[in-house]
Design a binder for this molecule. Sequence first.
Ligand code: XMP
Length: 509
Amino acid sequence: AIAVLDFGSQYAQLIVRRIREIGVYAELFPWDADPAEVLALRPKGFVLSGGPASVYEPGAPSLPPYVLESGRPVLGICYGMQLLAHALGGRVAPAPAREYGRAEVEILEPEDPLWHGLPSPMTVWMSHGDRVEVLPPGFRAMARSPNAPFAAIGDPARRLYGVQFHPEVAHTPLGRELLRRFAVALCGGRPTWTPRAIAEEQIARIRERVGGERVLCAVSGGVDSTVTAVLVHRAVGAQLQCLFVDTGLLRKGEGEEVVAALRALGLPVAAVNAAEAFLEALRGVTDPEEKRVRIGHTFIAVFAEHARRLGPFRFLAQGTLYPDVIESRAPERRAAARIKTHHNVGGLPPDLSFELIEPLRYLFKDEVRALGAHLGIPEALLRRQPFPGPGLAVRCVGEVTWERLERLRAADAIVQEELARSGWAERAAQAFAVLLPVRSVGVMGDARTYEEVVVVRAVATEDFMTANWVPLPHELLDRIATRIVNEVPGVNRVLYDITNKPPATIEWE
Ligand code: XMP
């Protein structure tokens, strides 16, 4: 395995993903992680990430001694390279000009194992303010750019390398090849990180941990809970019980479809219709955060009631993913402003204390999809749009009533149908309808109407942190709008949301 140390780079997770794409297991640790924890991985090499600091600033993150003491190969990226140079007796200083964007580097050591077979010049992505001015003893320049005489440096005898550019980003097209040379040729990493290996290992672990006990798993039809449930089911069969809560806030036909699809996978699913409880909790509520809080509490109450009814269970299986684990460990990110309260299972009453099984806690979303495909989960389930826990409540702006929910469901079904039919569904990460509590005047068959407004939203995004609205063709928008006003009673106007995130969010509440 390769240990990646995070010095505060926004790309740290990407480094891990790129190395894993090569098939070599990599894990991310905060730079100041407990050394024993990092060394327990028995890393074959270390990658030091970039970061926003300057190595010569007091209090800047420093290179933990165990990295060099290990004698293993090291690749420092950007700040990581400066840190290596600084720690080994070189000199780092502010560059005459900040270098940001595409650059061409000339490779000076084409026979070196890190560079072997890579073209020169090579296109790379630079983003730095400091640079190495004086090389540490034993190091030489391995690549240079017009702006950076030391665009890459190395001491091949000690297998210590640094690159000033970012091999992990897509703007460095051959960056993965460079990382492959580091992880495989230099570190001796083996490409054993495959969906089959992950599945076998997780199933064996779950089986060993669970023994003869029972496991509860809340399923939503989403990728994460589905893959989690299938893994546990492969491991312990009928000792697993899945629980599906229909909040009444789902899309048209969604509850039945999800339960049928999960049962078709052989999963034992108990389905609960709790629409009344959720509607009751939401009565008269229009504030978005208040809606989320009430839905969260209701979900826990319903979940607890049925967990007791179906139980007892020693274990609760959850589809926690690696980015959540990383986020919860990074102190500087914990303070990030809370934009919306996200609700999943959490905060259960004390008499319901479970031991957690989280078989996906080291996986990224794309790895979960690949694992799901290996486990035989149909594409349709793996490619489902993400759907927020609070469901249509956060797309039904204003008070949530059954009548307004039905209106929204009907409009949303038209959006889904038309996008699927036109092939645009694949180009949008999420596409949906939103119902506004705003009425406008219209005319239909010579009569005046005074009805609500539906907004259509379709966004493309990689990571849901930023998103762009999708330029749907006008004819498609026209068809959607015409169908909605003709087929959905209570709606006489349709708008298209052309706002990116930021500054808007994907959902309206
Ligand atoms: P926003 O609206 O914050 O949404 O841009 C980003 C992504 O998160 C989804 N979302 C949620 N998912 N529980 C969830 O599990 C929630 O409370 C929640 N709120 C938003 C949203 O659909 C989008 O994919």
